[in-house]
Write a protein that binds this ligand. Structure first.
Ligand SMILES: [Zn+2]
Length: 378
């Protein structure tokens, strides 16, 4: 490992006594602004002053009570911040660049400590037992600040930290550690190659990044499917060659249209990022023989669908699930956005901004989908 002789801890800023958090007290209840004590970092920790956090669809699922999330807690895991304190044993970020007080950073949405068969032997740290995700802890317990909708976040041991280049805006940088890194993982699982035809089912934030990443990997044709006209329109600027309004035709017509657009045999890859189990069988009908289908949006328990096993067998279909991502995908996400930020308007993804006190309004707008990505600036 690279080591640096400078002891970062000597540059640490004195901590403020307290910081604010918008506390999630119960599903669908108004957020409460509360103050908690801020303490000096322990070895292995970094204290970041949050500059932006964005509301992810999974924050909304938690807030609405569709999935278990401890109360009272601080939601939010798409976070960036400025380093205020660095634990004495941390010198570098994931890429080996020196980490300093004052650096702007992103970090993996999860952390994990201790030995793990999944991480150490099978190279799947994102599925290690005991893994904890930011935005999923009780706020009453030390160190209080482990979520996005607050003044501070402690970056815990076992987190992958990555410095952000100055030229990248907060709007481009904040979705990196969830939306973009997840889609890098999805596209890798799909094995998208130069010349492939790719169908993206759902054009929310994940789907838009999916179109762009597929195109950047050399896909010949990218087809975006959604029911929201504004999203179909937006997909065109994120690399979709064709968009189809799924409400304009029945399932057979939809499948026939995709086959017509993907000669001679259908799509090489179909990505599910809409969170609707019912689209999976339709997506599999769209694939060519030997095609690959990836499920990435079915994040709630009991999302069931019915498939014809004989179709999978006869068409030699590969079916994969993707949840979370490997730390390397966060590095690739940053490099992808840096390399393509003039080609695709990533900065437009974050289309509304709110203060901590306006979090109720931000969640309302995000859940009714009247904004694409709501940002909270503490
Ligand atoms: Zn997320």
């Amino acid at each position: 490992m690279m080591n640096n002789s400078t002891n970062n801890a000597t540059d640490n800023l004195p901590v403020k006594k307290t910081g604010r958090a918008a506390v999630y007290e119960a599903p669908n209840a108004p957020f409460k602004i509360r103050e908690y004590q801020v303490r000096d970092v322990n070895p292995g920790e970094v204290l970041a002053r949050i500059t932006m956090a964005t509301i992810c669809r999974s924050d909304i699922h938690s807030y609405q009570g569709h999935r278990p999330n401890p109360c009272p807690g601080i939601l939010g895991h798409e976070i960036i911040g400025i380093v205020e304190q660095i634990g004495s044993d941390i010198n570098n970020d994931m890429r080996g660049d020196p980490l300093r007080v004052g650096d702007r950073v992103t970090w993996t949405e999860y952390f994990h400590q201790g030995e793990s068969y999944q991480r150490d032997i099978k190279n799947m740290p994102q599925k290690s037992p005991g893994l904890r995700k930011y935005g999923h802890d009780l706020v009453e317990e030390d160190p209080h600040f482990l979520g996005g909708f607050a003044d501070y976040c402690y970056i815990m041991p076992g987190t992958g930290i990555l410095k952000l280049p100055d030229e990248l805006s907060d709007e481009e940088a904040t979705p990196l550690n969830c939306g973009v890194a997840t889609m890098i993982s999805v596209v890798e699982a799909a094995g998208i190659e130069m010349g492939d035809s790719v169908v993206v089912q759902g054009l929310g934030l994940l789907g838009l990044y999916g179109c762009a990443i597929a195109k950047a990997r050399g896909a010949r044709r990218v087809i975006g499917l959604d029911a929201v006209p504004a999203r179909l329109q937006m997909a065109k600027s994120f690399g979709a060659d064709e968009t189809i309004d799924v409400t304009s035709m029945d399932e057979d017509e939809l499948v026939n249209n995709v086959h017509r657009l993907c000669p001679p045999d259908g799509a090489d890859v179909v990505l599910e990022v809409c969170g609707l189990a019912s689209v999976v069988p339709t997506g599999i009908h769209m694939l060519r023989t030997g095609g690959t289908y990836v499920i990435a949006g079915l994040v709630n328990p009991n999302d069931t669908f019915q498939l014809d096993g004989n179709e999978l067998l006869k068409k030699l279909i590969t079916l994969k699930g993707v949840h979370n991502y490997h730390p390397r995908h966060l590095i690739q996400a940053l490099d992808f956005v840096m390399a393509n930020r003039t080609r695709f308007p990533f900065k437009d993804m974050v289309d509304s901004k709110f203060s901590l006190e306006e979090l109720d309004e931000a969640f309302a707008k995000a859940s009714e989908r009247s904004v694409l990505r709501a940002a909270v600036i503490p």
